[in-house]
Design a binder for this molecule. Structure first.
Ligand SMILES: Cc1cc2nc3c(=O)[nH]c(=O)nc-3n(C[C@H](O)[C@H](O)[C@H](O)COP(=O)(O)OP(=O)(O)OC[C@H]3O[C@@H](n4cnc5c(N)ncnc54)[C@H](O)[C@@H]3O)c2cc1C
Length: 652
């Protein structure tokens, strides 16, 4: 076994910014206590924002609106192509338009419980409070949310809750919200307040005298590597689900920005907390490089089932009602098909493991709209889900109006990420992380429609309030604070980046970046996916350094660094996956409990249900980097529950 498993424990990590007092007053209290920067002084400050998804787009636009000089980056050709555009189902808000018993406290409660009691109460309550402001902000921007006949915004239900609080724009909610943020950002670009660098990828973080002061980035078209300096750096670079190779994430989503920041001192929290989404189109073979999500909103009306008998391979329409097992409705009668994602995913895996899965390889369950079509009529189903049905038909060549869809769980989202305090500041002063890039408010499992809520809460409301405090306490002094490329720390980061890329080009081996990525992804899915065990994780931890060693011997990157070179981009991202994957496995190994979607085989109840261990693991695990392949240091942040007391979750 490698030495990597022999991690050390360091001092606990404390969120020094979270105020005390009644939970509903904490955000107001923090905003009041935070120092402000005089509007006339804001233009003297430069803030780098990496990312233009919902988190970065909203943050860049808002900071520029406040008067800061923003320098912003994304690797797409336009900020509005960020991965957030893919979000289909909706965004939660405790508006209670339906008068169905919703409230800020209920959203707070549902989210803490849904996250299996592994999130901070202060943050989650703030998120629930801000949720209502997000909808107002987006409506004011003209985001075309679905409306009811009377004009009020329409809502639908998502998993893990019994109210209808999800606002949506057909199956394109992310796209419409992103267009709202993008137009606000575009206004600031046109006004000269945001300097936008599309097709430019951050490759490292510059830390000077213990503070984040800039980044090293590569122009993806010309290959030119440059440095950019600022008074604070905000990472809004999204999640790292693509470590698994196959996921529902955009193919280019990657971990480089946060991993490089981690290597420079930012702690990485709960890296093993990955969300496996229950409703994805099953993989069809080895050729695939991407999985497709079918929105969770489909579980509002679709019914999930498998045949009662093992190995029943009759076409679905020939299996009579009494030979079908609507297993979620049977096991969880109160929530039925709308149980949270972790529960639905594990249940799907269980029935497939029993040999009752459907489709090629038995890796699928049915999502059936026959009843909904009878009840609502085909037209109403089309109006609600038409674009999702079309997408399914284009991919599978099966008509979901006629035969049930086939779905299976797949990697979708990462709850882990850079550790941040209540101000969203990492352990590197001046470095902030927002949206999916931070370890977020979702604990061990994220409820549907809450990532968009968190990204926009962070970008429009939280960061713009808290970053002031940091900048006010570190006022810009033009002479003393000027950082130039000649600074030795900058030269060092620049040289490391160039050396890494040159080495990737020089190996000239015989394996493609994709072949390594796929091998790593398969290993991670097998040993660090939905079910984990001590022996499996140890196997993965044995194997990852071997793959890493082989990678540096056999990687083949054609072309040069001075041009558009997608192989080079990919290879460089895989370098980071090969380190992050190791930390994910170690984090999973050390957490010997089942929680969220992570079923630890050694931690189950006598009847095979997931068993959480609150006495031992009621903390966020924040890991400190100590060197590639070297055992990291674990810092624990204890989680305190004053309002929502941990219980065995019940959705029955
Ligand atoms: C198919 C799908 C459907 C979803 N549906 C929903 C839904 O209905 N509701 C919901 O709440 N959530 C949903 N989610 C989750 C949600 O979409 C994401 O969590 C959220 O959009 C992430 O936003 P973000 O701003 O944090 O990051 P992203 O949107 O991923 O943006 C990342 C940005 O960072 C930039 N970037 C990254 N690395 C670098 C770098 N090194 N250098 C320069 N730029 C960089 C990228 O160019 C991009 O601009 C869905 C996710 C998927 C995959």
């Amino acid at each position: 076994m490698t030495d990597y498993v022999n991690y050390t424990s360091g001092d606990p990590v404390v969120d020094s910014k979270a105020p005390s007092g009644p939970v509903h007053e904490r955000w107001d209290k923090r905003r009041f206590e935070a120092k402000l920067v005089n509007p006339a002084n804001r233009r003297k400050h430069t803030v780098i924002v990496v990312g233009t998804g919902l988190a970065g787009g909203s943050a860049g636009a808002t900071l520029a609106e406040q008067g800061y000089h923003v320098v912003q980056f994304c690797y797409q050709d336009s900020p509005r192509r960020a991965h957030s555009i893919a979000a289909q189902g909706g965004i939660n808000a405790a508006k209670n338009y339906r008068n169905d018993g919703d409230s800020i406290h209920r959203l707070f409660y549902d989210t803490v419980k849904g996250g299996d009691f592994r999130a901070r109460e202060s943050n989650v309550h703030r998120l629930a409070q801000i949720s209502v402001e997000i909808i107002d902000q987006c409506v004011a921007q003209g985001v075309p949310f679905a409306r009811e006949y009377g004009g009020l915004l329409d809502t639908r239900s998502f998993g893990g809750v019994q109210v209808s609080r999800t606002f949506y724009a057909r199956g394109q909610t992310g796209q419409q919200l992103l267009l709202g943020a993008y137009q606000a950002l575009s206004r600031q670009i046109a006004a000269g307040n945001v300097e936008m660098h599309p097709r430019t990828e951050m490759l490292d973080l510059i830390v000077i005298d213990g503070r984040a002061r800039g980044i090293v980035a590569r122009d993806l078209i010309t290959g030119k590597i440059d440095t950019y300096f600022a008074d604070a750096v905000v990472l809004a670079s999204g999640g790292y689900g693509n470590v698994f190779y196959l996921s529902t994430n955009a193919m280019n989503s990657n971990a480089t920005a946060i991993w490089r920041a981690h290597r420079r001192g930012a702690y990485f929290a709960n890296p093993c907390f990955t969300q496996i989404h229950p409703t994805c189109i099953p993989r069809t073979g080895d050729h695939q490089s991407k999985l497709t999500l079918m929105s969770e909103s489909l579980r509002n009306d679709g019914r999930i089932w498998v045949p009662k008998a093992k190995g029943d391979d009759r076409p679905p329409n020939e299996i009579p009602e009494d030979e079908r097992d609507y297993y979620l409705e049977r096991i969880y009668p109160s929530f039925g098909n709308l149980v949270p994602r972790d529960i639905a995913s594990r249940a799907a895996k269980n029935v497939c493991d029993e040999g009752r899965g459907v489709g090629p390889g038995g890796q699928g369950v049915y999502l059936d709209f026959a009843d909904a079509i009878l009840r609502m009529g085909r037209k109403a189903v089309e109006a609600k889900y038409g674009n999702l049905f079309d997408m399914y038909q284009r991919i599978t060549d099966e008509d979901p109006y006629e035969v049930p869809m086939r779905i299976y769980p797949a990697v979708h989202y990462t709850m882990g990420g850079l550790w941040v305090d209540y101000d969203l500041q990492t352990t590197v002063p001046g470095l902030f992380a927002i949206g999916e890039a931070n370890f977020s408010d979702h604990g061990a499992n994220r409820l549907g429609a809450s990532a968009l809520m968190q990204g926009l809460a962070d970008g429009y409301f939280v960061l713009p309030a808290t970053i002031n405090d940091y900048l006010a306490r570190n006022p810009h002094r033009a002479d003393e604070d000027a950082v130039t490329v000649e600074h030795p720390a900058v030269q060092e980061v620049l040289a490391e980046t160039e050396d890494r890329l040159n080495l990737l080009l020089a190996v000239d081996g015989d394996r493609t970046p994709d072949s390594f990525h796929r091998e790593l992804g398969e290993l991670m899915w097998e040993f660090c996916g939905m079910a984990r065990s001590d022996s499996g994780l140890r196997k993965a931890l044995e194997r990852i350094p071997q793959i890493r060693e082989e990678f540096w011997r056999r990687i083949k990157v054609p072309g040069t660094g001075e041009e558009l070179n997608q192989s080079l981009e990919k290879a460089n991202r895989i370098v980071d996956y090969l380190e992050l994957a190791e930390l994910m496995c170690l984090d999973a190994l050390h957490r010997t409990e089942s929680c969220g979607g992570h079923f630890r085989e050694e931690s189950q109840t006598p009847d095979g249900e997931a068993a959480r261990k609150d006495d031992e693991f009621s903390y966020a695990a924040a890991w400190e980097f100590t060197g590639t392949g070297q055992a990291p240091t674990l810092h624990k942040e204890d989680l305190v529950f004053e309002y929502v007391h941990p219980t065995q979750r019940s959705y029955a």
